[in-house]
Design a protein around this ligand. Structure first.
Ligand code: XMP
Length: 183
């Protein structure tokens, strides 16, 4: 009962569901297969960008039956609001050990492109042999830098979304779907 009322409270804050739980499940099956075909059975380092990619990366990794190392990079660009600050801040002391490795960076959403661009540069700088990118969502918009993801699960319009790892002021990451908040 307590659990149900909490979920109702969360869902009530959502104006519309953009991508359902089922649609995410189905699409992830396809994207993970595509990644696996491209990388074959090679050892792969997945770098999940915290915190937004947590849920997406966890679900993707379990669909990727190859020798896999999971790393994280803690990075911030929104600083709690609904618009990019334009500055990417690395919150860890350094990059994970990716020297000579093939790397797949996973993020929740490609917006201005600044985050993905900065992370890819840092990973190459750290000696990665190859870096590809994979995002749950890509906003249809002009990027601030030349950066598109190699794998995109869904393209969406340029609006602020929450759920399935994406937050507003730290909340809503645990919604099983992607939705738009009530204003
Ligand atoms: P950039 O602009 O660097 O953005 O491509 C990437 C990061 O910004 C956050 N972001 C969002 N977070 N709803 C969110 O909850 C959104 O609509 C949204 N757009 C961008 C996100 O952390 C992403 O990693």
């Amino acid at each position: 009962m307590f659990f149900e009322s909490l979920m109702v409270y969360m869902h009530k804050s959502i104006d519309k569901v953009l991508i359902t739980e089922e649609a995410i499940r189905e699409r992830l099956d396809t994207v993970a297969k595509q990644v696996m075909e491209d990388f074959q059975a090679e050892e792969l380092v997945v770098v999940a960008l915290l915190k937004g990619a947590l849920v997406f990366a966890a679900d993707m990794c379990r669909r990727m039956p190859v020798p896999l190392i999971i790393e994280t990079v803690n990075v911030a660009s929104y600083h709690g609001g609904t618009e990019s600050s334009g500055k990417v801040k690395f919150l860890d002391a350094g990059m994970p050990d990716v020297g000579g490795k093939k790397v797949l960076v996973m993020d929740d959403i490609l917006d201005t492109g600044l985050t993905m661009d900065a992370v890819i540069r840092e990973l190459l700088e750290a000696g990665a042999e190859e870096v590809r990118s994979c995002v749950l969502l890509s906003k249809r918009k002009q990027r601030s830098v030349e950066c598109e993801a190699d794998y995109v699960a869904f393209e969406i319009d340029d609006e602020f979304v929450v759920g399935y790892g994406l937050d507003y002021q730290g909340l809503y990451r645990n919604l099983p779907y992607v939705g738009v908040l009530k204003v």
